[in-house]
Structure formats: structure tokens, C-alpha cells
Design a binder for this molecule. Structure first.
Ligand SMILES: Cc1cc2nc3c(=O)[nH]c(=O)nc-3n(C[C@H](O)[C@H](O)[C@H](O)COP(=O)(O)OP(=O)(O)OC[C@H]3O[C@@H](n4cnc5c(N)ncnc54)[C@H](O)[C@@H]3O)c2cc1C
Length: 376
């Protein structure tokens, strides 16, 4: 067991930290423009784990997580980090793993470079935690499938070029009757809703997507018909591990900001960091960061060894997301009144952390998965 980063890993992390800080300095106007997507693509932040032959970085899960952690550490626009990671892990990963040769060759290079943006459309108004009962249907027709129904909460949905979506293709077979599709977002029969008014992650536009007799050709089926649930779960494994590495970067930033502030801010003639109530709070934040980081690296290492990694991934996702919410709230306490002001960026970290306990499967669902893995 080696806890040191290799020279190659350290050099890659330092490069990402430097380049991201230059490209997206604090105060960078939020919004994830097309230029932002191309910049992220150029820095290798969109295709980190995709095969090199399609313009990706060809990295494994642990090395990918280290890159995304550095992205989240250096970029104060967490919505941008989230948008890029949802694109890569929930969309590019299933296209790379299950797309036909034609689809992989034509789509992955543009997805890795940022020329095309993707959104993952699984959640429906009536199917959130329970994705075994999808109301969006796929009917087989000559040469392809016709989709009908509505998806909700599609991150990047209002701005994307491609959608990875899932539909019931055989209602008698439950989750074995679901099929995954890659859909052109501008195809006839795709109607995208207005961006949702969210608490945080403002640079990531999210909205509903309705399919109205939308034809999808056979070559845009991902995997075999009936394997949609497995395609989705595999992509969630990557998202729960590597997207959440961005939040390890955020947790690291919180500890650094709070430590610096507690040394500088003085009350009653002393630095507030000399009050045990404050210093212990920051130690708790550091403890959450380091334990969540170890769980996440361990989950990624198991993915790289080819294991199922279901339990370590669920535990890592749970630890990172709960740590992010608790520590961001602790940071507001450490900063006092200015922690509540938009100027210092602390309140944004809290707003951007709250949805981590919801997306990619809620914390309750991670505990359900973990309990099942323990045989309970
Ligand atoms: C910022 C953001 C971005 C998102 N991006 C996407 C995206 O890109 N694509 C996409 O498809 N979806 C996305 N989602 C949707 C997200 O995946 C769902 O919100 C999530 O799966 C929970 O579903 P729900 O909101 O319907 O809540 P529900 O499933 O209705 O859950 C409500 C509550 O009940 C609990 N609960 C439900 N079932 C169980 C159970 N079996 N055991 C224990 N507790 C349970 C939940 O934990 C939760 O506390 C996003 C959500 C957010 C907030």
C-alpha cells in the first residue's frame, strides 16, 4: 500500500491546478459558455478517462479522480466542475463503453474536446430514487426506436447537443426491460424545458426534456436492448467516484480558507483560531476531508483492479457528500457574518454542496446499497 502520489501523478495534478487557476480565476463569470467547454476540453477535463484513440486521456479511475480533484480545488466555480463531470461520467463513459463503433468514432472526439456537450436524462417526475419504473417508453420500429415521455433534472439539458437517456422498452420485464439511447438533442421530437431555478451550481443549467415521437436509429442504442439499467448503474459507479472527487477539491479549499481566516481574524485580542471551539471545528473539517479522500481513492483503486466496487463507491459517495454539506456549513460558522455574504464565496460553497446528498443517488439510497452489499 503506497500513500504517495507518483511523480507523474504529482506533475499532472500540479499542471491541472495551475492551468485551471489561469483559465478560470476566481470571479470568472459563471455560465459555462461554449468557450469554457472548449477550454475544459483542451485541458483534458472532459475526456480524462476516455480511450486515447478517441481524443481522451486514457486514464484509470484513480488517476481520473486525482485530475478532477485538482479541477475542483483550483476552480471556485463548482457549477462548472459539476457540469463537466456530469458530461464526462454520466454521458461519455456509457458512450465509450457501450456505443457502436460508428457512434464512438463520430461522437467521442467532439465530446472529449468540448465541441459537443452532453446531458444524462434518467430521472423522471415520478421516478427519482426508484429508476426501475420508467414512464418514458421506447417502441421498436423499422430501423430504430420511437421515444415518448418526459425526463426531469437533466444537468446540461438546456444547452446540450447530445442526451444519454433510458426508456422502458419492455414493460413486462421491469428493470430488465430498459434500454439506453444516445439522442441528438436537436432531433425532431425533442423538446427542452427552460433552465430550472436552482439553489446553487448555477453554471450548470438543468431542465426537463420531453420526447414526443422522437425517432432514434438502431446504431444509437447503447448496449443491447434490455441492458439499460446495467448501462446506467455502471455510469453511476464512475460518477459517484470521479465526479465526487471534485468535491474533495472543494473540501480541501474549505479547510485552507478556514485555516487562513482563523489565523488572521482577531476577536477579544486573539486570533479566533486560538479559541478551541474554532480550531476543533476546523480539525473536524480536516478529518472529514481526509477520511472521505481515502475512501474515494480506495473505491477508485478497486475500480481500476476490475472489482465490482459497489460498496466502496457507495461509502465514498456518502462520505464525500455528507462531508461537503457539514463542512461548508461549518465554514459559514467560522467566517461568522461574512460567511453569509456572497463576496467571500463561502455561502456559494454551501449552496453548491447541498445537492451532493441528492444527485447520483441520495445519501439514503447509498445506505440502502451499502446495506444490501452487507447482506442486510
Ligand atoms: C443539482 C441536481 C442535478 C441533477 N442532475 C441530474 C441529471 O443530470 N440527470 C438525472 O437523471 N437526474 C439528475 N438529478 C436528479 C437526482 O438524481 C434525483 O433528484 C435523485 O435521484 C432523487 O430523486 P427525487 O428527487 O425524485 O427524490 P425521491 O426519490 O422522491 O426521494 C425523496 C426522499 O425519499 C427518500 N427515499 C426515496 N426512496 C427511498 C428508499 N427506497 N429508501 C430510503 N429513502 C428513500 C430519498 O432519499 C429522499 O430523501 C439531479 C438532481 C439535482 C438536485
Amino acid at each position: 500500500m503506497d500513500f504517495q502520489l507518483s511523480e507523474e501523478q504529482s506533475a499532472r495534478r500540479d499542471r491541472i491546478l495551475r492551468q485551471v487557476a489561469e483559465a478560470f480565476p476566481p470571479g470568472h463569470s459563471p455560465g459555462s459558455t461554449r468557450e469554457d467547454w472548449r477550454t475544459m476540453g483542451g485541458l483534458g477535463l472532459l475526456g480524462t478517462c476516455l480511450p486515447a484513440e478517441y481524443g481522451g486521456g486514457g486514464l484509470g479511475a484513480l488517476d481520473t479522480a486525482l485530475v478532477i480533484e485538482a479541477f475542483g480545488r483550483a476552480c471556485t466555480d463548482t457549477g462548472l466542475v459539476f457540469a463537466a463531470s456530469a458530461h464526462q461520467f454520466a454521458c461519455c463513459v456509457p458512450v465509450a463503453a457501450h456505443g457502436s463503433d460508428v457512434v464512438r468514432k463520430s461522437r467521442l472526439p467532439e465530446l472529449a474536446s468540448g465541441a459537443a456537450v452532453a446531458g444524462n436524462a434518467m430521472t423522471e417526475p415520478e421516478s427519482g430514487s426508484d429508476v426501475s419504473r420508467l414512464r418514458v417508453t421506447a417502441r421498436q420500429v423499422p430501423g430504430g426506436w420511437v421515444l415518448n415521455g418526459t425526463k426531469s433534472f437533466v444537468s446540461n439539458g438546456p444547452v446540450c447537443d447530445l442526451l444519454v437517456t433510458y426508456a422502458t422498452s419492455d414493460p413486462d420485464l421491469g428493470h430488465l426491460g430498459q434500454t439506453a439511447f444516445l439522442v441528438d438533442a436537436t432531433a425532431p421530437g425533442v423538446r427542452r424545458g427552460e433552465p430550472l431555478d436552482k439553489m446553487g451550481l448555477w453554471s450548470c443549467r438543468a431542465g426537463s426534456v420531453a420526447f414526443e415521437d422522437c425517432f432514434v436509429p438502431d446504431e444509437q442504442v447503447l448496449g443491447e436492448p434490455g441492458t439499460g439499467a446495467a448501462v446506467f448503474q455502471a455510469s453511476m459507479g464512475w460518477e459517484r467516484a470521479c465526479l465526487f472527487a471534485g468535491y474533495i477539491g472543494l473540501l480541501d479549499r474549505l479547510v485552507e480558507r478556514c485555516t487562513r481566516f482563523a489565523r488572521e481574524r482577531r476577536q477579544s485580542g486573539r486570533a479566533i483560531g486560538s479559541f478551541q471551539a474554532v480550531s476543533h471545528r476546523i480539525v473536524d473539517m480536516k478529518l472529514r476531508l481526509e477520511s472521505a479522500r481515502l475512501l474515494l481513492y480506495r473505491a477508485c483503486a478497486e475500480m481500476d483492479l476490475g472489482g465490482r466496487a459497489v460498496l466502496p463507491v457507495a461509502l465514498a459517495k456518502l462520505a464525500v457528500s455528507e462531508a461537503a454539506v457539514t463542512s461548508a456549513l461549518d465554514a459559514v460558522r467560522v467566517f461568522g457574518g461574512r460567511g453569509y455574504l456572497a463576496d467571500d464565496g463561502i455561502e456559494a460553497m454551501l449552496r453548491d454542496s447541498v445537492p451532493t446528498v441528492l444527485f447520483s443517488g441520495t445519501s439514503d439510497m447509498q445506505k440502502e446499497i451499502a446495506a444490501r452489499e452487507l447482506g442486510l
